[in-house]
Every structure is written in C-alpha cells, then in structure tokens.
Write a protein that binds this ligand. Structure first.
Ligand SMILES: *[C@@H]1O[C@H](CO)[C@@H](O)[C@H](O)[C@H]1NC(C)=O
Ligand SMILES: *[C@@H]1O[C@H](CO)[C@@H](O)[C@H](O)[C@H]1NC(C)=O
Length: 329
C-alpha cells in the first residue's frame, strides 16, 4: 500500500502548498484574475485574422502613451463581397454605414482568437453587425501590463474611437465574464461624461471581483482553513482589483441585456440574476423607458460559462433587443 501513502501525502502537500504559495507570492492572485500570460490559442498569428474569420481587418490603437492594443474589425456579412482588397480607411468608414456596432470585451484568459470568441463574432457578423474585438493591454499582441484602470481605459478609448466614425449607428458594449466588469466601468465613465452607451450586453457577468473569488470552487476548498480568508482579503485589498458591477448597475440607465446559463461553473447564475434585479430597481428609480432584459439558459443545454454562442436563437435575441432600442431612440 505504499503507493497509496505516497499519493495521499502528495495530495496533502499539494493542498497545503497553495495557501503557502499565495502568502509568499501574493501577485499570483492578480495573475489569475488577469490570465493574460496564457496566450492560447498558441499557434495563431493575430495579425492574420483571415485564418479564422472572413472579412476581418486587424489594426492597432494607441490607447495611451506607450500602449498599443490589437483590435479585429469583422464586417457585417452583407458587406463581405465589397470588402475584397479594400484599405484600412475603407474599413473605418464602414462603421458609419448604419449597421449596429458591437464592441466585444472578452474574459480573463487568452486572446481574441479563442474559439468561443471567434464563433460569437461569426454569429454577430451573420446578423449584419460590425464587431470590434480587442485584446486589452498585456493580452494577445497588445503591449503593457493589465490593471483594472488600464483595461477600462483601453475599452473606453475604443468606444470613443468608434463613436467618431459611426455617426448615428448604435454602438453596443458586450462584456463577457471579466469583460462585464470592463463594460460597466466604461458605461459609468461615459454616463458621467453625459454620453451613456446606446446599449450594454452582459454575458456570464459577476457582481464584483471579491465575491467571484470567494465563490470559486478552488477557493471554497480552502475557506475553512484558519487564516485563509483574511489572507485573501489582504491580497485583494493590495491588488486594488474591484470590478464592482453590482455598484455600477445602481446608477446605469442604458438599455441592458443579461445572458446567463444556469449551469455556469465559473460565475454562478445568481450573480447575473442579482445584476438584473438591481437594474430593474435602477430603471424604476430613474423612471427610464430603457429596456432591461435577462435571458436564462437551462442547465440541460450545457452552455455553462463560455458556450452561449451555441444557442441557435442568439442572433434573434440580440436583434429583438436592438430593435426595441430603435423604438425608444
Ligand atoms: C470564408 O468564407 C468561405 C465562403 O463562405 C468559407 O468557405 C470559409 O470557410 C470561410 N473561412 C473562414 C476562415 O471562416
Ligand atoms: C427567439 O428569440 C426571440 C426574441 O427574443 C423570441 O421571441 C423567441 O421566442 C425565441 N425563440 C425560441 C425558439 O426560443
């Protein structure tokens, strides 16, 4: 039975080493929140989106001094034929053609070439929307180091850059997972400047970063260890990463669409539901007519955290939502 002893003692060592590592290297937590160093998919040249997506143009924006951020612009499908061989300026001008523009803000791991992100871009392009998908600073081929303020600055810059070209077209922020925190931070800043975003779509969104970490299945394995909880609070306080969606939605009066799967294994369903309920209260408090909707996906569908793009009705849901905005505009 000596193999069993070895296995058991390795497992115990592994279990105990996590809090010790966190104590000695608290920056590990930040590297989990911003998992930008996981550069998957590995063998993709981000400057060649044509390997994964048709009619997509890759470009870089300088969102701040010394920060360059990689962006993909995928055209509405109806424009694909015209796009062959066109210049960067031509792509930029199409943003003002009247088709809605979606700014896609991705989650915490990997880059803009990940499969579930690319699939969503294909669906939105087929629905005849422009999609702009960026890698925040430190992610993909973008320069710099991630931070909450930095990610928010990058996304805000892209939104304002798009608005300069898009004239009267709708520009919608779409935040998935960590991107939901970026989306509401940007929306708060825009609203403070008197130009609230036309619409916000949140997919697999959390209430705030602390609750997300304490709800994580791995954290739960440790919470009963004496001192672990205060260690985590200490690290979180020092890292200064908040992403307070729950506070942000108390003031935001833009139209909102919440998408959440009941079997989401990373961000529990109740968090999306809580944001939805708060948004309804905000809507009532400010007596706005802006639509606030939530679509829940039954657990049997197995969409979990990343696979809502598998819903065959997704583009109808988004179209229905954006059509209502036009009526309120
Ligand atoms: C591009 O479009 C063509 C024709 O519709 C299709 O066959 C091809 O698979 C698409 N390429 C990618 C990378 O999606
Ligand atoms: C698809 O979405 C539309 C718009 O939200 C909705 O009216 C319709 O009932 C949905 N269809 C299915 C099959 O879920």
């Amino acid at each position: 039975m000596s193999w069993m002893k070895t296995t058991v003692s390795s497992l115990i060592t592994l279990y105990v080493s996590v809090p010790v590592l966190l104590f000695v290297f608290p920056w590990i937590v930040e590297h989990i929140i911003f998992a930008h160093l996981l550069t998957f998919p590995f063998f993709v040249d981000l400057s060649r989106p044509e390997d994964l997506l048709n009619n997509t143009y890759n470009f870089y924006l300088s969102t701040e001094e010394d920060i360059s951020v990689g962006v993909w612009h995928t055209l509405p499908a109806s424009q694909w034929e015209q796009a062959v061989g066109k210049s960067p300026e031509w792509y930029q001008r199409t943003l003002g053609d009247g088709s809605p523009v979606i700014i896609y803000l991705h989650g915490n791991g990997g880059n803009r070439a990940m499969k579930h992100r690319v699939e969503l871009m294909k669906i939105m392009s087929a629905a005849d929307y422009h999609v702009l998908s960026l890698d925040y600073r430190g992610f993909g081929d973008s320069t710099g180091e991630p931070s909450e303020a930095g990610l928010t600055t990058d996304a805000l810059y892209l939104y304002q850059w798009v608005k300069q070209q898009s004239r009267d077209s709708f520009v919608c922020l779409w935040g998935h997972s960590l991107g939901s925190g970026v989306a509401t931070n940007v929306a708060v800043k825009l609203q403070e400047q008197g130009s609230a975003p036309d619409a916000v779509i949140l997919q697999g969104a959390f209430t705030n970063m602390e609750e997300t970490i304490f709800n994580h299945p791995i954290t739960k394995l440790y919470l009963f260890l004496p001192g672990f909880e205060s260690l985590m609070w200490n690290i979180l306080g020092r890292n200064n990463v908040v992403f307070a969606n729950d506070e942000n939605v108390k003031t935001l009066t833009s139209p909102f669409l919440i998408l959440h799967a009941e079997d989401d294994n990373i961000i529990p369903y109740h968090m999306g539901l809580q944001l939805y309920k708060t948004l309804l209260q905000t809507q009532e408090k400010h007596s706005t007519e802006a639509p606030v909707e939530m679509i829940s996906y039954r657990a049997e569908l197995g969409f979990s955290h990343n696979r809502i793009y598998l819903d065959p009705n997704l583009s109808n849901v988004v179209k229905g939502f954006l059509r209502k905005l036009r009526l309120h505009h």
